[in-house]
Write a protein that binds this ligand. Structure first.
Ligand code: BJW
Ligand code: ZN
Length: 254
């Protein structure tokens, strides 16, 4: 697509955004790619030890080699300490401030575990797949925020003695119910649903766009490449999230 067509689509998306009072954004790894965080699939993907996420991001993967998986999470946590939010995160934070200031509603549900939306100033982020900056007990309800600190050894739970684990959601595990219910409710009741930087392949999060569209919302996709959601949405914008969101939100907030 040439730049004029693309600019025209961005203008149409901006108009949809300008007419919306209640906006839901579902973000994925692609929005953090421009900050240097590897994606899981598609452009920018970096398999870990040659393995796809479906192979290591499981409770069985952790049970198989706890120390190795723990260290890998610890290394990722430390790397995050020097990673900053990018123009895409900033644009969504501006959009949230603008909508809230003008009496609108804004919900950001993220599949990301990197905390970069919050670092950009977004409030009330729904973390559907947990957080890399927290650990939890593998049995009881004990949780701890550890930030960017390295943790080479696996600590035992102070309450029950079981090994702690990263507070992320692995395949086959249910999503944090409060965040998931809030995301479902917001998707069912929004005017505009935006899917940003996600391959739209991991459920139930990927189902939010289907839910929003079925509930009557207008919809926009922003992603480097087409996804299974592209055919569902009103406007699919295939480009860098930082650039596209800055152009869309910049027009809206002035
Ligand atoms: C850019 C860009 C730039 C690059 N600008 N774009 C068969 C059918 C349907 C479902 C299932 C099934 N078999 C099993 C399931 C269920 C399973 C699932 O969906 N599997 C699929 C693989 C088929 N799901 C689960 O098990 C989930 N739990 C569950 O279902 O419980 C039951 C339940 C049911 C109903 C209600 C409640 C519960 C749990 C899923 C957990 C996912 N966990 C991970 C790991 C997190 C921890 C960690 O990182 O260590 O979460 S996997 C990984 O994938 C991570 C991500 O959040 C998730 C999604 O990835 P995301 O964000 O979309 O990123 P990518 O990399 O896939 O895509 C990035 C995109 O960006 C690409 O398209 C690029 O082109 C683009 N991009 N640069 C814009 N600059
Ligand atoms: Zn415990």
């Amino acid at each position: 697509m040439n730049e004029i067509d693309f600019a025209d689509r961005i203008a149409k998306a901006s108009d949809l955004l300008a007419g919306a009072r209640s906006v839901v954004v579902l973000s994925g790894a692609g929005i953090s790619a421009e900050s240097g965080v590897p994606t899981y699939r598609g452009a920018g993907a970096e398999p870990w030890d040659g393995l796809r996420a479906e192979q290591w991001a499981t409770p069985e993967g952790y049970a198989r080699d706890r120390q190795r998986v723990w260290k890998w999470y610890s290394d990722r946590r430390v790397q995050l300490g020097s990673i900053r939010p990018n123009a895409g995160h900033d644009a969504l934070a501006r959009l949230q401030r603008h909508l809230l200031k003008t009496g609108g509603k804004f919900t950001l549900a993220t599949q990301n575990i990197d905390g970069l939306h919050q670092a950009a100033g977004c409030q009330n982020v729904l973390e559907l797949h947990g957080s890399l900056l927290k650990v939890r007990c593998s049995r009881c309800s004990y949780r701890l925020t550890v930030g960017y600190e390295p943790m080479e050894e696996i600590p035992s739970c102070p309450d029950c003695g079981r090994p702690l684990r990263p507070a992320v959601v692995w395949f086959g595990e249910t999503l944090p119910q409060d965040a998931w219910q809030a995301a479902v409710e917001a998707a069912q009741n929004c005017d505009l649903f935006m899917s940003v930087g996600t391959s739209a392949t991991v459920y139930p999060a990927a189902g939010l766009v289907e839910l929003a569209v079925a509930s009557g919302a207008r919809s926009i996709e922003v992603n480097l490449e087409p996804t299974p959601a592209s055919g569902l949405v009103d406007i699919a914008l295939h480009g860098q999230a930082g650039d596209v969101l800055t152009r869309m939100v910049g027009r809206r907030t002035g």
